[in-house]
Design a protein around this ligand. Sequence first.
Ligand SMILES: Cc1ncc(COP(=O)(O)O)c(C=O)c1O
Length: 450
Amino acid sequence: MSNLKDKLDLKTPTSNDLYLKSEEVLAQQIVDTVSMPYPVFIQAAKGSKLIDVDGNEYIDLVGGFGPHVLGHAPDVVIDALKEAVDNGVQFGLHNPYQEQFARLLVDAIPCADKVVFCNSGTEASMFAIRAARAFTGRTKIAMFEGGFHGAHDYVLAKVVTSSDVDNPDFYSMGQGIPEATQSNTMMLPYLNDQAFNLIRKHADELALVLIEPVQGSNPRLDVGDFLTELVSVCNEAGVLCLFDEVITGFRLAFGGAQEFFGAKPDMAIYGKAPGGGLPLGVIAGRGDIMEVFTRQFDIYNDDGTIEPSIFTAGTFSGNPMTMTAGTAAVTYMRDNPEIYRNMAENGTRLAEEVNLFCQQEELPAAMSSALSLFYFRIQTGGQIKSVRNIDKTSNKAADDLFCLNLLDRGVIMGPMHIGYISAQHTSQDIDTVIKAIKESLLEVRKAGLI
Ligand SMILES: Cc1ncc(COP(=O)(O)O)c(C=O)c1O
């Protein structure tokens, strides 16, 4: 490993220097799950490529953690931003940019009668939960093991893998989350019909069930029946169902997972892709539910019923820059449906070829994939059914050497993280990536780490 690291050190002196300098003042640069075994600082990005501060070029599989369905810095978005920026970047007050973008989203999102803008997937998740609680008058929320719904206190929960498979227990991800915050959170078993029984059993106290229609930690396409059943169980039980489409929205298909699987929840949240690369969060949903955002105050009717309102705010919510980038990106996605065919073809071929190679070479590694979204893991047992099946003894040394080898071959992929391909990844890019993955795995085996 040190030979390879020495070689990369020589190629990336400015990155190394920046790494040392930034550690003096930055408590965190990027989260642990995406940190590379070796620091590469990116100066510029275009299409499927990244250029580091020393001028080295890489094929990007990190994809900015998901927003860049159209590749990095797509002309259509950059041109629109250049035109808009001279008019001012933030007003706080009413502006004409929101309506145009909102209309595009309402037309594209099956469950959306109306939308509300905020600044991230985390905010969208937080506000959607508040809305569901206000609308139903109940407080409990349920989420599935392996799911991720942002970095706020209610949902930072991880399954205890030794707990009952039919009734999972969970713990908070990291310190600083008061126990009381999560006392109203419930965890459901993934791809397990017992989840439906738990929803029925707790229907009286449950406001909302959240699900990632395709889990970032476990991308797969054989989940359509489970999603359809979930929506119908929630409907029958009178519990709201929310699809967290922060990853799948405008990526799996133009209409996201709802279009792809033909399932329509009560609410959905978005981030990443429809922002065209700028920070965005969107809450979308049925008109009667979205009314809680519209009202400024609770209305007390003569018959004793209350029409609830909720408070949301965000200095930068609906700002002209994000609205402009989003409008340009989503319009392009709508008008160029072939991008989804290309991404699907490239992503599927990538996973098929890598998995075939792993099987032929009897390598303990597998790529789970859902079209342009994948998760590559070096571990025994191949594909996982749920995060419970992740090998906890996973081999960091093997992951690191694998990633270093990829870097040396001009490919960037975050270890322990989702990989994304974009509409700008060419078939030749995919060939290069497949070759790099195969060679890197063989190097890891040669080093005796797998
Ligand atoms: C499914 C899902 N929901 C919510 C979020 C939070 O979004 P953000 O990082 O924009 O806050 C993420 C982020 O990766 C996500 O993958």
